[in-house]
Design a protein around this ligand. Structure first.
Ligand SMILES: [Zn+2]
Length: 313
């Protein structure tokens, strides 16, 4: 019951209507039968008059099967949420709000944008652990798209029209030999100063890990980590730090391909989306559940919180 559909056809068969989606949510939420979140009582019934809602026989509290998930309080059919989460979780590049609107036949762009923004917000797991072992760290500039931003170039070393991004990639030894990328972290930073980069390292890398960098003067003395600097010319950076360079290159291609350039205001949400997809590239089924907020108990968000991302914390 809880496994994951492998194809669009399977998905369509599995979740053809609201009842099927409710059944899936109920099974995920209460695998052993209804349990009241308020009094832990296990006796209750489904209300006939209120969709997807159980009432506790003990304390009479009514609990929606979507309570605590990203779908809570939404007017959209559950099938739309399920499709959107499936497409965003399984599509290797993800979808823009415009693509989602056309794929799901949604009436307005705002509805599609809100749906995508809510799903995107579920992409950072609360309490996720920091990167461990050997971690490549580097920084880059990504062009941004905004009418208010002056065009890039012009001022020599000016960062105008660019978004500064710091990246970290775990380097994992393969059992067959060689190395492969593990998990990644990406963050928008104010500048390339020691303060900004040390703060990124502190949030992204576990104490005791070893960081591998290009030897840029802002990296030494990063707290709680061992530093392995490699002083290199720009031509050789991709050889010394191959994984973080590949991630940056994929990020830039993705930003242009899916979003035609990222917008400054929502940059961290897009970086989180890229990170989410990269870190779950082999576990799409887990990605689907995470996106719907099943088991995560995200606080419901309002449209206002989403259009002003700095207030969401
Ligand atoms: Zn109760």
């Amino acid at each position: 019951m809880t496994d994951f559909p492998r194809s669009l056809l399977e998905f369509q068969k599995r979740f053809p209507d609201e009842a099927a989606c409710v059944g899936y949510l109920r099974q995920m939420r209460w695998p052993g039968g209804f349990v009241c979140p308020s009094c832990r009582g296990d006796r209750g019934w489904e209300l006939k008059t209120k969709a997807w809602t159980h009432e506790c026989a003990g304390c009479r509290k009514q609990t929606s099967v979507t309570a605590g998930t990203v779908m809570h309080g939404s007017k959209l059919p559950l099938t739309v949420w399920f499709w959107a989460a499936y497409l965003m979780a399984t599509h290797s590049n993800g979808l823009s709000a415009l693509q989602l609107q056309s794929q799901l036949g949604l009436g307005s762009y705002k509805t599609a944008w809100l749906l995508a923004a809510k799903l995107r917000r579920a992409m950072v797991a609360p309490g996720r652990t920091r990167l461990e072992g050997l971690v490549e760290i580097d920084e880059t500039e990504v062009s941004c798209r905004s009418k208010g931003d002056p065009p890039a170039g012009g001022g020599g070393r000016s960062h105008q029209g660019k978004i500064l991004v710091a990246g970290a990639v775990e380097v994992v030894a393969r059992t067959k030999g060689g190395h492969a990328p593990g998990r990644i972290r990406l963050a928008c930073i104010d500048d390339f100063s020691a303060r900004s980069l040390h703060s990124f390292i502190g949030k992204s890398v576990a104490a005791g890990a070893t960081i591998k960098t290009d030897g840029w003067s802002s990296y030494p003395d990063a707290p709680n980590v061992r530093h392995e600097p490699h002083i290199i010319g720009p031509m050789a950076a991709h050889i010394v730090l191959p994984w973080v360079h590949r991630v940056f290159s994929n990020l830039k291609t993705w930003a242009l391909g899916v979003y035609h350039g990222l917008r400054r205001k929502h940059i961290q949400a897009y970086l989180d989306e890229f990170t989410f997809r990269f870190n779950r590239r082999r576990t799409r089924h887990a990605a689907f559940k995470t996106l719907l907020g099943i088991g995560l108990l995200l606080k419901p968000v309002t449209y206002k919180m989403l259009i002003t991302p700095e207030t969401t914390g």
